[in-house]
Design a protein around this ligand. Sequence first.
Ligand code: SF4
Ligand code: SF4
Length: 390
Amino acid sequence: MRFRLCESCGQQNMIYRNFHNLKLSGLGLGMMRLPVVNGDDNIIDEPKAAEIIDYAYRHGINYYDTAWGYHNGNSELIAGKYLSKYPRESFCLASKFPGYDNSNMPKIKEIFEKQLKKCQTPYFDFYLIHNVYEGNIDDYLNPDFGILDYLLEQKEKGRIRHLGFSAHGSTEVIKRFLAAYGEHMEFCQLQVNYMDWHFQEAQQKVEIARHAGIPVWIMEPLRGGKLAKSSNEMEAELKAMRPDESIPGWAFRFLQSIPGVTMVLSGMSSLEQLKDNIETWQTDAPLSPEEFDTIVKLADEEVRRGGLPCTACHYCTSHCPQKLPIPELLALYNEHIITGGGFLAPMTVASMPKEQQPSSCIGCRSCEQVCPQQIEISNAMHEFSSILGL
Ligand code: SF4
Ligand code: SF4
């Protein structure tokens, strides 16, 4: 696959990255946030989605990322229906095995066959082991389920061209996964953006991938659009450095600065977003080291302002009669509060043993006696438990 010129203007208006013999558009269309009807995530607004896919295709985007679970299964159907209008070798299609739901592990064959049918394709250019995290890594690595063996078999048959994984787990989980399956992984998809660079250890995760020699695909470059609405202080500082760059533009330039980043996936819900993002991706304008450090510093300050100031010193843990993993729970609490919700904290807490969840706090406040940051830990545990309903 080579790069394509824009069908409207005849120019190359997209950056392309090399991957094996492919030229992949630097920006890929994430199909998890297609426009929907009446705010119902299950009902995709087909005319608008078709317009987005067609505009993306005609303006040089050649990578489309769907998954079994997106839009309750309807994203794959839309991908199949609208991408099948184009020559199959002119675009790359990615989908994923939904092991985020452990009950799917024994059904890999059945699910994979259905995915090919839904997507109206004889093969996936890219196929991922979806969302490796604390709650499913044991099953993913369990030879009884044979996940890797099955996928390697499909690859041998040409039904998967490139195999990779996505991960929301900790650095330890990612290392463990790579130690077991790394030699077969050609790429990995990680949540990386300036807010998560330190906050969610995105920097370390990128370094782990680099160390393993695996290129990085980015998901949530704008944290589900939340980074597009930075604080006034942050926006003013960024504008002072690059007056003509939009805030989403900063998020993309940040990613253009990271060696090893090959693909940036953005879930775009409107034609306007798509047009803006394509315009940004006409140029490679990575941040200078000073700009990079500044945006990370500003993001870290935003995180500190929005969350509890836990430094993960662990002084508190030996004082907890319930043996709660307090710093880990506070990190998840911060993640949930600062980002205004999302699936990450509920998913991770639900995968923990009941006795380690915030609801097991008995409110004794022993931890607070030794916390150098004077955090009201018991209140946080109580609030977190009621927010999550766990
Ligand atoms: S207040 Fe909760 S978290 Fe703190 S020591 Fe007591 S049980 Fe543990
Ligand atoms: S003592 Fe305070 S700052 Fe240290 S890990 Fe516990 S909650 Fe965090």
